[in-house]
Every structure is written in C-alpha cells, then in structure tokens.
Design a protein around this ligand. Sequence first.
Ligand code: ZN
Ligand code: ZN
Ligand code: ZN
Ligand code: ZN
Length: 416
Amino acid sequence: MEELKSALRDHSLTVSNLADKGRCLFTTRDFHPGEIIISQEPYVCVPNNTPAESRCDGCFTSGNLKKCSACQVAWYCGSTCQKSEWKLHRLECTTFSKLDKSRRKSVTSSIRLMVKLYLRRKLQSEKVIPSTATDNYDLVKELVAHMSNIDEKQLVLYAQMANLVNLILQCPEINIKEIAEIFSKFACNAHTICDSELRPLGTGLYPVISIINHSCLPNSVLVFEGKSAVVRAVQHIPKGTEVFISYIETAGSTMTRQTSLKEQYLFTCRCPRCSKTGQYDDVRESAILEGYRCKDHKCDGFLLRDSDDKGFVCQHCGLARNKEEIKNLAMKIKEVSEKAVTSTSSGNHREAMSMYKRIEKLQSQLCHPFSISLLRTREKVIEVYFCTLNHLLIYLTPVNFELILFHSYYSFLLLI
Ligand SMILES: [Zn+2]
Ligand SMILES: [Zn+2]
Ligand SMILES: [Zn+2]
Ligand SMILES: [Zn+2]
C-alpha cells in the first residue's frame, strides 16, 4: 500500500481506506475537465474470440491474423504483437498444447484470463517479468470479491471453473477456493475493453483503476485507448475530492441503476443521485427516462400511474392514457424488436433497418421523447445504417458517434 501511495503521489492522487466503503481514490490537486487523472495497462487481458471472429492477442485487431500453430488458441496480427506477448504466452502455449481438442474448446475468456493471471504471477515472482508499484499481484489480492453476497448456484459454478483451471495448469499447490474467489473478483472488477465506438474487444483486469468507486453522478469517465484504461475528469475536480466513475450506464432510472449494480457488482449505491429515491426530481427523471409520453404530442409532460391503476396521467396537462392502449403498443414493439434481432443476426441489414425505423415510430407514440429506449433505437438505426454502408466506415471510424450522442443526450437531460 505504501509503495502504491508513493507511486500515486507523483500523479497527485492518494488512496484512503474508509471504514464504510473500503478503498477510495482522492485527488491531491485540482483537475480540469478532460485532463487525464490516471491510466493503466492491464495486469492481464484477453481478447473476445468467437468462432466467427478472432482478435490479435497483442493489439486486439481483427482480420488478417495468424493462429499460434502450437496451441491453436492465440491469434496474432504479426511478429511485433507475437513478440510482445511471448514471455507470457510461452508458458500459456505449453499449457494449452498439452490439452486435448475437446478440453481446449472449453477454454473460455474467463478461464483464459485466470490462467494468464496465474502464469503472470509466477513470472513476476521469478522476476522474468518485472514488477512495479502499480503492476504486481499484491494489487489483485486487494480487490473486493464480495464472496458473502454470492448465491450458492454461482459459487458452484465458480468451483467448477476453478477445477477446470486446476486441470489446465496441473499445479498441485493451486488452491481451488482461492481460484473461485478470484473468479468472483473478475466479476466485480474486470473491465470490458471497448473501441472508440464502444464495441467490446476483450476483457482486462486493471487493479489500480478498480480502486475508483462508482457514482451514478460521476466526476470522471473511464475510456480505453487500445488496451490502456484511461480515466479523465469530466468536470472540475477540486483538490481533496474522491474520484468517481460510473460502472454502469448512467442514463437509467434509479431502480434500473440500482438493480444492475446489485446484480453485477453486488453493492447498493448511495450516491447523491440514488439518495434522492422517491423525491419529486427522481420520480420525474425516472418517468422521463423509462416512462410514457403524453397523449397530446405537443406536450412533453411526464406520466405517472393513475391512483385507481387504470392508466397513466400526464403531470403537465392532466390527459390520461389507457393501460390497454399502452400494453398493445408495447406488445407490437416487442414483436418487431424480435424480428429486428433476427434480421440483424442473419446479416439482412436492409430489413433490419426498416424494422428499427418501425420500432422508432411505435416508440415515438409510446415513450417520452427523451426516453432511453427511444435513444437506443435511434443508435441502432445509425449502427445498421453504417453496416449497410460498410465501406464508408473506413473513413468514419474516428468519429465516436455513440459516445457523442450519449453525452449530448445526457447533458441535455441534466439541463431540463
Ligand atoms: Zn496485434
Ligand atoms: Zn500458442
Ligand atoms: Zn447511485
Ligand atoms: Zn400532457
């Protein structure tokens, strides 16, 4: 901890251990909007490899890759990436090469992440790979696992995965309970590495970034530049303030946010936004984000459930919407959405495009104009549109469309 503290001091940051919330990252000087607070390379990471698409182990690019002929698990774009990964892959390669074909198929991303974690720890303890204050296994040990909050079914699954890791590594000193606990740490701490269009490329463990706590009203944002996790200030952060990022999508109602935090990260958020639960501002925000629109399309009031539960009433003009009519529209949307998913997965982009446009039309009749579902559909329309113009993508990739759209939308919400 002392070593880490002194490394963070150089970045004008410090770690505090608070009784009620554990480790927290604090600033020791003012940070300005857009400024990098901290960045970290992954302790270990794995690309998302599917039978349909593989990614380079070194840089996560796809296309024109060569498979490692010895293990048939890792892919590389060229010799530079292969060389940069070799110290770790040499051990991993020997381990995977010993497996028979069927067992090799059971090596999922999380199993591979665990195997890499053990091998990297071994190489660092043997000093084959150097350790630093921000790159060592002790930082992984410090990560929260929330073992007491995990249900029995999940524990059994972790134990099975731990057994498989043990079989792969064939290392007698490995402790199954410890592996199961690290799987739980992965679930609470590992990050999905995304490209600039927020497409998931892989998974990585960033133990220093994991010190940063969650807020639904964060002062910073985590983005990925290649495999590096970069935390930037999104507002002026005065000296002595805790740094917060959001672990989830912030544009959801309090109930939606709390549910996903509880399910995925096993904690209850007590941020300023969540502590407003049930207050007028929170009810209004939730009804806008996930509620229905007024019957009068010129009115942008938000709707709340009628006291006799027959429908929903606009809080601005008093017009009511019938429950049945809402239910029918929601059913139609569900039907078309299922068809749109099928068209997208079968690669029929033109059909998918017309489906999403239909969904947008139906949702415009059902949802509040600033609803998150409507925003998601519009993003889909843009995404499918780009798919139909695939060749144009080459020129347009630097534009982080989704992120811009999301941020402008959210800033707008905060203004209203
Ligand atoms: Zn590469
Ligand atoms: Zn290999
Ligand atoms: Zn919150
Ligand atoms: Zn109204």
